[in-house]
Design a protein around this ligand. Structure first.
Ligand code: BG6
Length: 616
């Protein structure tokens, strides 16, 4: 997820550089590993860009210092997905003639083929990004005689993937052309004076509350104080509703949600759709290394460790080998002296900066025959430097300290590797493979449907549970990972000592806590452990436990035994069961979020926690 911002104005009395810098700064939560600005003056594009945080770059190269007579500028703050966060990979990107500049947020899935075609036509590339193909495609179209707008239209038609783009051309000082497909883009306007484009409303909210929300496959031509909209497919003009934004700046940064944690829970569907775009080739690399490994370990910390527990369960189902999970802080202690040859370690870290996992991996790398497969959300993060292969989850920046969408994309990535293994081993039919992929691609809609209808139920449960200082999440099989993560979320943001535990093991001790009305939340997808879990539910119910269960919509048995049920709108089949740690998790994340609010706690700033622990 990156941030783009642009302005075109006819006002003389504004410091354009300052306006642009403040605008892109207000989008820094969307990405903060590099930043750039392009301004148009006297038919020339003036570009300033570098890696690092915006304030660092401003100090280093004075980003805001653009030609005084500029009336048009674009800016970009980057969250690297293709290409490390370096100066050459930062936006804007230009064509060969340095007359066309583009800033982009999204993922161009076919950029390698386009880059190959362009290179064969003699185009030279400076960066490793997917974005850089766009200005060169526009350049080709203009050389074919199309005008600026039509060149952008035709160039965008060659792209597959997601984009929000803003384009300027040195010979067209009166226009910025923007377009959107799946990545957000909004237009702010002070009629007759200035027009803004941005990834999110906060960028221009202090300047104007009047805005247009662009939809997919729409293009707009921005002029000073005016804008025209077009359908990108038919190229016909369209009318859009001019809205007035009532949000505060703070609310706008959170997209209207009260906290980043809630916003990021609601971002899970789009984050998952982005992670589903991981290349099959890269998944096969991971799959083949795991297939040829003798010993496999999976290691992480915190929420990432629970993603590891779920993911190892899914992978083991198809790999036919045991995977040992180890907390990264314990890896060296546990493996010292017996880290065998041809071992593979799967390292999972959202930030890629958690000191315990970085040190664990560095230690393991000393044993030359060990391969490190890393799954992280941050391109170029420290952990990637000690890794043999890296998959980036494309969840976008996660601002909330408690991990939510990054957990989902981590488990999803491990699930994609698992299905890739099944394909290579040919241990299941092609029809079954297709059903697993259909389940994976069906996850975003399940989460969207759940979030649409169940917030009031979750709030009701929170109010119902508030009298109880403690309760359990109990489960069997893969759902033990879900239960543990649910318990961690309550600890992190609601300061509640809630335990996620094996329902079977709970008979050896924890069940002694159960009194009349003691709440137990059972995580109960209809998988191979379901019938045993029914027995556990009855054990706790018979001792007075108040039974809350998370089940699929068609569930009956455990529903009958429950005082309250949370119903996940997914099919009751083995394909979806296997991915229930993803589809059942939003319910538990919302439970933690609203429990925090019930205790007047800020879910975004949990007590004693930080987003990344860089100390032992
Ligand atoms: C903690 C975070 O500090 O680190 C958790 O609060 C996170 O949300 C854990 O799961 C591990 O972080 P990472 O970046 O290695 O996944």
């Amino acid at each position: 997820m990156c941030g783009i911002f642009g302005i075109i104005t006819n006002q003389d009395n504004i410091s354009l550089g300052k306006v642009v810098l403040e605008g892109i700064k207000r989008l820094e939560y969307r990405g903060y590993d590099s930043c750039g600005i392009v301004a148009l003056s006297n038919s020339e594009l003036h570009v300033k860009k570098d890696s690092g945080k915006i304030d660092e770059i401003q100090k280093k190269i004075n980003l805001a210092d653009i030609p005084n007579n500029s009336k048009l500028a674009l800016a970009h703050t980057r969250w690297a997905t293709h290409g490390a966060p370096t100066r050459k990979n930062s936006h804007p990107h230009l064509d060969c003639s340095n007359k066309i500049a583009v800033v982009h947020n999204g993922i161009i899935e076919n950029f390698l083929e386009l880059r190959k075609m362009l290179t064969e036509k003699g185009h030279l590339f400076e960066s490793d990004t997917d974005t850089e193909v766009i200005p060169h495609l526009i350049e080709i179209k203009m050389k074919e005689g199309l005008n600026f707008k039509d060149s952008v239209v035709e160039a965008l038609k060659l792209l597959t993937g997601a984009y929000a783009v803003a384009v300027c051309h040195a010979d067209y000082p009166d226009s910025i052309i923007v377009a959107r497909k799946e990545s957000p883009l909004v237009i702010g306007i002070i009629e007759g004076k200035s027009t803004y484009c941005a990834s999110d409303i906060p960028a221009f909210l202090p300047l104007t509350r009047k805005c247009y929300i662009m939809d997919d496959d729409e293009l707009a031509i921005l002029k000073a104080g005016e804008v025209e909209f077009f359908d990108l497919i038919s190229n016909e003009r369209i009318e859009k509703e001019l809205r007035t934004i009532e949000w505060s700046i703070d609310a706008a940064e959170k997209g209207g949600y009260e906290h980043f944690m809630l916003k990021e829970i609601y971002e899970e569907p789009i984050a998952i759709r982005n992670t589903l775009k991981i290349s099959e080739e890269l998944l096969r690399v991971f799959a083949n290394i795991l297939l040829s490994a003798e010993n496999i370990y999976i290691t992480a910390a915190g929420t990432s460790y629970h993603a590891a527990l779920a993911g190892k369960f899914i992978i083991s189902k198809f790999l036919g080998k045991h995977i040992q999970d180890i907390e990264c802080s314990e890896l060296e202690t546990q493996l010292k002296g017996n880290l065998q040859k041809n071992s593979v370690i799967i390292a999972i870290s959202q930030s890629g900066e958690t000191i315990d996992i970085i040190e664990a991996i560095k230690w393991a790398k000393k044993a030359k025959s060990v391969k490190i497969l890393t799954i992280t959300n941050v391109v170029g993060s420290s952990i990637t430097r000690s890794s043999d292969h890296v998959i980036v989850t494309n969840a976008g920046p996660e601002i909330g300290v408690a991990a939510t969408k990054t957990y989902s994309t981590q488990v999803l990535t491990l699930a994609l590797i698992a299905v890739s293994i099944a394909k290579i081993r040919k241990i299941i039919s092609d029809e079954e493979i297709i059903k697993y992929y259909e389940a994976l691609t069906g996850i975003p809609n399940i989460i969207e449907k759940f979030l649409e209808k169940n917030v009031d139920l979750i709030k009701y449960i929170v109010n119902n549970l508030e009298k109880n200082m403690n309760y359990f999440f109990l489960a069997r099989g893969i759902s033990i990972a879900t239960a543990k993560e649910g318990g961690l979320k309550l600890k992190e943001v609601a300061c509640r000592f809630i335990e996620g535990y094996s329902a079977a093991s709970a008979k050896h001790g924890p069940i002694s806590l159960v009194r009349e009305g003691f709440p137990i939340i059972f995580i109960a997808p209809p998988d191979e452990t379901y019938n045993r879990l029914v027995g556990n539910v009855m054990e706790f119910k018979s001792r007075g436990g108040r039974i809350i269960s998370v089940v699929v919509e068609s569930d009956e048995k455990i529903t009958k035994l429950s005082d309250i049920t949370i119903r996940i709108p997914q099919p009751a089949d083995k394909y979806y069961n296997l991915f229930s740690p993803i589809t059942f998790m939003p319910a538990l994340q919302l439970l933690a979020y609203y429990s925090a609010l019930a205790h007047d706690l800020d879910p975004d700033k949990p007590l004693n926690l930080s987003k990344t622990v860089t100390v032992h």
